[in-house]
Design a protein around this ligand. Sequence first.
Ligand SMILES: [Zn+2]
Length: 291
Amino acid sequence: MAAGLLAAALASAVPVSAQERELDSVRLRPDVVLIRGGWGGNVLAVTTGEGLVLVDTREPAAHGALRRLLGPALSRVRLVVNTHYHEDHLAGNVLVPPTATVLAHASVPDEARKDTLIGLIDWHRTSAAPAALPTATVAGDTSVTVGGLRIELLHAPRAHTNGDLLVWLPAQNVLHAGDIVELGAYPFLDVWAGGTMDGLLAGTERVLALADDATVIVPGHGPPSSRADVAAYRDMLVAVRGGVHDALAAGRSLEETVALHLTAPYDGRFGAAAAGRRFVALVYLSLGGVP
Ligand SMILES: [Zn+2]
């Protein structure tokens, strides 16, 4: 019964395959463009003196639109950074020239290669195409420079997954937070790949520590946002974590904890009520609750 309830609560975590995506683009800075559309991850395209840098590369259904939007610039991609291993952030690595460097956290190649069925949420994690795998990895915080553009890659341990990178462009004052920040949809904790609630919170605090009032924070999913938006998101995370922690301490079951509707004050701003129940169930698992 518990597994059935969890499957229902988590159903919206499982991406549905769909027909081709439409994408559009928004210029955030003279040299930074956000490419977005549908449920897949936000892409940044950054122009440098030596070609293009991409942050994340979308799922296969969006590749036609990504090709059309980037046009000839696609052949000038020098560097791709993947914020984590999920398909909607990584599968489009196959689109860039073989001369481009594709960089991700050290855990990403192993996670992306896995083909596993996660029965609890009926999620078939399929393995990435070999040509989509990163060509280079980083283990901790590092910075790279491409054509005069400095990019800080900051590892947020055990957050949304076990291999999340925050991508910080200090000169542009733009930060791609990957799926550590999801605005308009409650976050997903991939507890099957090392994701934890406390790591997600720590990663969100790190975003807030880097940002100032002029920073554009690009969430993994959702609109480009301000530091104040992410501070409100952090407050929601703290409140939900506290509620689930108290429920566990009181010996409540998963069903009882989900039924508390702990996200009620936040539904609408941070996601639909059903997604809130899914999030609470994931936090329950992450804090050691047994389904
Ligand atoms: Zn993700």
